[in-house]
Design a protein around this ligand. Structure first.
Ligand code: SF4
Ligand code: FES
Length: 213
């Protein structure tokens, strides 16, 4: 066991725990986006950052392991500002209208939608190439959960992948093939882990579309 301090509270945690796990143990909630408790944490979004005494940069709590004597602040002004900026960057490039968790975080961190006025939301045509689910990548935050679940974390199908860089970074299939032409077995795991409504069962999509008419 190791002794650490979170927001000045002393606690004993098992060696090998992450800061996120240690915080949960004493009921301190740290917001996450890309983290999913059944998947290997990709450490992509940085929404879970915390301040660690002596560290130059903020540390992602979902992948940072505790060390003896570590002093951690989970809600300092610097941490709050970083989380707010991440949310503002996400909302300036992505349609978050179907992401209840992110909308809630925007409220909590007083993040301004449209703060980066020179950027525009990415706009992709909805991909409707199979009877089971739709892919609306205008709502995709690139958390890569779908890619992970489709590959070595769960399904071993390897139908989904990432492509492009920067603003062009996107989720796609190999060679951008339609899903029925890939190794996809339509297990639905990617839809289950998608936090934003970018992947949605076709019948649910159609019901929503009817409701909007
Ligand atoms: S489609 Fe969904 S699960 Fe996949 S990267 Fe985008 S937001 Fe994440
Ligand atoms: S939740 Fe930790 S980096 Fe995304």
């Amino acid at each position: 066991m190791l002794t650490i301090y979170i927001n000045d509270l002393e606690l004993e945690v098992e060696e090998g725990s992450t800061i996120l796990e240690a915080s949960e143990k004493i009921g301190i909630k740290i917001p996450t986006i890309c983290f999913h408790d059944r998947l290997t944490p990709p450490g992509l979004c940085r929404q879970c950052v915390v301040e660690v005494e002596g560290a130059r940069v903020l540390m992602p709590s979902c992948i940072t392991k505790v060390r003896e004597g570590m002093k951690i602040k989970t809600d300092s002004e610097r941490v709050v500002r970083a989380r707010r900026t991440i949310l503002e960057m996400l909302s300036s490039s992505t349609d978050l209208s179907e992401s209840p968790d992110l909308l809630e975080q925007m409220k909590i961190y007083k993040a301004e939608d449209g703060r980066f006025e020179n950027s525009s939301k990415r706009n992709f045509k909805v991909k409707d190439d199979n009877p089971f689910y739709m892919r609306d990548y205008s709502k995709c935050i690139l958390c890569e959960r779908c890619v992970q679940v489709c590959s070595a974390d769960i399904q071993f199908s390897y139908a989904l992948t990432t492509a492009g860089r920067g603003y062009n970074n996107r989720i796609t299939t190999f060679f951008d093939r339609k899903l029925p032409e890939t190794s996809c077995v339509f297990c639905g795991n990617c839809v289950a882990v998608c936090p934003t409504g970018a992947l949605i069962a076709s019948n649910e999509f159609n019901v929503k579309a009817l409701g909007e008419k």
